[in-house]
Design a binder for this molecule. Structure first.
Ligand SMILES: C[S@@+](CC[C@H](N)C(=O)[O-])C[C@H]1O[C@@H](n2cnc3c(N)ncnc32)[C@H](O)[C@@H]1O
Length: 228
């Protein structure tokens, strides 16, 4: 099940701006059992036993300036909590390409999030350019990553980060969130130093890193972003 462009959604569940304020210790409603099963089957890839909290979703959405972005890539959407938060903040004409390595998570995302702005792509975050080409998309304004760099080989981590850097548009940004600082250690080699924040209202508390691409960067794929 390589990818899916999905049908319109009449109602969007689990709005991050809902007036029902979540408690940080209450399990997320975004398929926690499917997430846990994913962790038990592929612990190094999933890297966490529960999805990000609503606070975490808000922080990464704001940090990546999703509301002003045209094309966004999410690396490692998991069971879709962060994906829904991104869609909630996105412009009606924006596109979200979600790149997920786990076929079960891809299937779940496709079945449960019906939004024409979302493209679910099954593949590795180290092949961002391949995914963009496949879906006839150009350089993203924002890339977000929740994938666990601390449990993957260093060379794979560096190759993912280089793939992100090569794909980003001039003035684009890369936001990565992690419990450990491995992504920052590797990211410094590829992008230089990041700006760092902390989200304490998450289990576990997370570091959030943002890197900005210079305005003058020449995009690898200069075609205009297609409008639907
Ligand atoms: C900690 S979960 C994050 C899920 C969700 N974004 C959140 O914050 O709740 C990490 C996700 O990254 C995915 N993943 C791990 N390595 C990957 C890779 N190389 N390419 C794409 N996805 C990957 C895992 O399958 C998992 O869904």
């Amino acid at each position: 099940m390589p990818e899916t462009r999905q049908a319109p959604q009449s109602e969007r569940a689990n709005s991050p701006d809902s007036s029902d304020e979540p408690h940080p210790l209450i399990p997320q409603s975004d398929h926690p059992l499917a997430f846990l099963r994913g962790f038990l089957e592929r612990p190094k890839e999933v890297g966490s036993i529960i999805p990000s909290s609503r606070w975490m979703e808000r922080r990464i959405t704001r940090t990546a300036e999703i509301a002003k972005s045209n094309l966004i890539i999410e690396l490692g959407p998991g069971t879709g909590g962060t994906t829904k938060a991104l869609l909630q903040s996105m412009r009606p004409d924006a596109t979200l390409l979600a790149i997920e390595i786990n076929p079960d998570f891809c299937e779940l995302l496709t079945e449960t999030i019906r939004d024409p702005r979302l493209i679910v792509h099954q593949g590795s975050a180290s092949d961002v350019q391949e995914a963009l080409t496949k879906h006839d998309l150009t350089a993203p304004d924002a890339v977000l990553s929740g994938i666990p760099f601390s449990t993957m080989p260093k060379n794979l981590g560096l190759s993912i980060l280089r793939s992100v850097k090569d794909s980003l548009a001039p003035s684009g940004r890369f936001v990565a969130y992690q419990f450990r600082d491995v992504v920052h250690t590797l990211g410094k080699q590829v992008f230089g130093p990041a700006s760092t924040q902390f989200e304490l209202l998450n289990m576990p508390p997370m570091r959030v890193y943002r890197w900005d691409v210079p305005r003058t960067k020449k995009p690898r794929n200069p075609r205009p972003h297609p409008r639907r």
